[in-house]
Design a protein around this ligand. Structure first.
Ligand SMILES: Cc1ncc(COP(=O)(O)O)c(C=O)c1O
Length: 374
């Protein structure tokens, strides 16, 4: 048992350390369909270019560019292009983090730390908002999503905001499309967000934007209290480099810039993300295949009477099993692992990342073997 030192905050004892699925170890004999990464490594040509840049241009004895100016400009250009904007987003609207996880923490520090605010999350959702909030002693208000379409229960959410006084809700975190359920924000949810008090920061996490191709970036101008997260960890195939970014009005960005560590983005990750943006047509080529594969998998799984398969706008599918207990779901996850496929048991269901065509074919074979298809 761990010793409790009196100089450590008492509430930390109640928190478990984040354990990466599968212990974080990459076992190449398994299909890793549990963390929503791209199944494709960078193409060799791009890795070669990166290696060349590392060898010829990077000075490892020097700190990386702590201003992030070049990468912010490149991100702004990508954001504008992908939303058909005419340069409305500039480098002043961008802050870059060591993964979006770092930016989540910066947002929490900027808004709620020191008993100033609570956060509201819509469960099931990405777990890091609540995990990071708890490490900072920030209260988390959990509102359930509706079982019908996994949209937020807006009546319950409004009530929770109204009733949470000490400290009040300062941030609402929503994912568009949500993980693990795969659904985008509905018109009703969007209207609700548009009408929220400007005293509340609305965080819209678009980690899966490249798959959904739906973004709220064009609305940022109208809503100074909105902030969007994106990441290079999914469609851009750079999970190992840890690069995420926030898009918001320059005042909010300036606050995040105050909070981040001066050299939060390692030099190698910086050049990798920059190169990925320059080569985006090549890298994002695989998105189309992922969407086709998702459709194929969906078609097969949704034929099964015991499975409720949710329509997904992202690079994963979410299933619920009729009348299955948490123990049964854990057992299925374990059985699939024994067969060689890692999936995620979360939020009362199973989340399966779309892999390569070969991995997806094996997923179906293994579902059949353990008696889930039928
Ligand atoms: C909704 C969402 N946001 C953020 C992340 C993490 O992004 P990053 O790798 O940039 O920290 C994930 C990863 O699974 C995610 O699902």
């Amino acid at each position: 048992m761990t010793k409790n030192y009196s100089f450590i905050r008492a509430d930390i004892a109640q928190i478990s350390a984040y354990t990466p699925p599968a212990g974080g170890e990459i076992n190449h004999s398994l299909d890793h369909l549990d963390t929503n990464e791209s199944p494709y490594d960078l193409p060799t040509s791009i890795k070669g270019k990166l290696a060349w840049l590392y060898q010829q241009q990077m000075e490892t004895n020097r700190y990386p560019d702590g201003s992030h100016l070049v990468i912010k400009k490149a991100i702004a250009q990508y954001v504008n292009q992908s939303a058909n904007l005419d340069g409305e987003i500039s480098h002043q609207n961008i802050s870059v983090g060591n993964g979006s996880d770092e930016l989540i923490r910066s947002v929490l520090i900027a808004t709620c730390l020191g008993g100033e605010g609570s956060i509201l999350v819509a469960n099931p959702t990405f777990s890091m908002y609540a995990i990071l909030a708890r490490t900072l002693g920030i209260p988390v208000i959990n509102v359930q999503r509706l079982n019908t379409d996994f949209s937020l229960d807006l009546v319950a959410a409004s009530k929770a905001i109204e009733q949470t006084k000490n400290p009040p809700v300062r941030v609402v975190f929503l994912v568009h499309p949500n993980s693990p359920t795969g659904n985008c924000l509905t018109t009703a949810e969007l209207d609700w967000l548009r009408n929220l008090s400007e005293d509340i920061l609305v965080v819209i996490d678009e980690a899966y934007f490249e798959f959904s191709q739906t973004s709220l970036v064009t609305e940022l101008v109208k809503h100074p209290n909105w902030l969007i997260f994106r990441t290079f960890s999914k469609a851009f195939r750079l999970a190992s480099h840890r690069v995420g970014y926030a898009i918001a009005n320059p005042d909010i960005i300036a606050v995040l810039e105050k909070i981040r560590l001066p050299y939060n983005l390692p030099g190698f990750s910086y050049i990798a993300a920059l190169l990925a943006l320059q080569q985006r047509d090549l890298l994002l080529n695989s998105v189309e295949e992922t969407l086709q594969e998702r459709e194929k998998l969906w078609q097969v799984l949704s034929q099964c009477s015991d499975l409720q398969v949710c329509p997904s706008q992202a690079n994963f599918l979410y299933l619920r099993l009729k009348n299955a207990s948490a123990e049964q779901l854990a057992q299925i996850t374990q059985d699939l692992k024994t067969q060689g496929t890692l999936i995620r048991h979360t939020g009362g269901g199973l989340r399966i990342t779309i892999g390569t065509p070969a991995e997806n074919a094996r997923t179906l074979e293994r579902f059949e073997k353990i008696g889930l298809l039928g």
